[in-house]
Design a binder for this molecule. Structure first.
Ligand code: G3P
Length: 225
């Protein structure tokens, strides 16, 4: 499963990228607004940091406006993917952009029927929001399982980006289902690697090594640490 970071914050992107495990970035108007800088300039900087797909969302709601805005956003960098809301106007725009080889990520997807229609329109990616479904007592991960099943039934190539991830269990469940991508906020990425037994284990190994160092045995060894 590919790992995208869900943020528009350059420091977070740099830190995640430095781990050597980052495959892409997703942004949205809320995340860009949080940065309080020019969004186009920020997207340019993000695209220069990360080679993989970088999603930039349109604000227009009508198909014509979405297509025009998408073409402007696509000029930012070759790895820009246009994030479009899952609406009838969004579908029309997706069909048009797909015919012009502009990549799309259909966002705010909350049902299998939506996921099937965006695939038919030629979306490269679909973003079902698991956390927001959980928030209203629907099972977000069940939606991912159902979309995966339907896409497999018809050998659909639209990639599933599990979005609105709130904790490591969402990430693990997404991988168990076989989702293509999980887009994860930085505070969750940090938690993915943590395990108290790893920390306890390192502490014990170092203490035991320290005991050995107190003897003379270690000074005769090639390993001096
Ligand atoms: O990628 C979509 C994501 O940004 C939404 O997350 O936590 O606002 O539901 P959240």
């Amino acid at each position: 499963m590919k790992l995208f970071i869900d943020t528009a914050n350059l420091e977070e992107i740099k830190k995640a990228n430095n781990l050597g495990i980052l495959d892409g970035v997703t942004t949205n108007p809320t995340l860009l607004a949080k940065e309080k800088v020019d969004p186009i300039a920020q997207l340019k900087k993000i695209c220069s940091l990360v080679k993989g797909p970088v999603s930039a969302e349109v604000i227009s709601q009508d198909a014509k406006g979405i297509v025009l805005e998408a073409k402007e956003l696509a000029k930012i960098a070759p790895n820009i993917v246009i994030k479009i809301p899952t609406t009838s106007e969004g579908l029309k725009a997706t069909k048009e952009l797909s015919s012009q080889n502009i990549k799309t990520n259909l966002t705010l997807c909350f049902s299998v029927s939506q996921a099937l229609l965006v695939a038919k329109a030629g979306a490269n990616f679909v973003s079902p929001f698991v956390g927001r479904l959980d928030d209203i007592s629907f099972d977000g991960m069940q939606l991912i399982k159902d979309i995966k099943l339907v896409y497999q039934n018809y050998k659909i190539s639209t990639q599933i980006i599990v979005a609105s991830i709130r904790h490591p269990i969402h990430f693990v469940e997404a991988a168990k289902i076989g989702a293509d991508i999980a887009t994860v906020p930085f505070y969750v990425i940090e938690k993915l690697l943590l395990h108290p037994l790893t920390d306890i284990g390192i502490k014990r190994f170092l203490e035991d090594w320290g005991t050995l160092k107190k003897t003379n045995i270690i000074s005769k060894s090639k390993i001096k640490k």
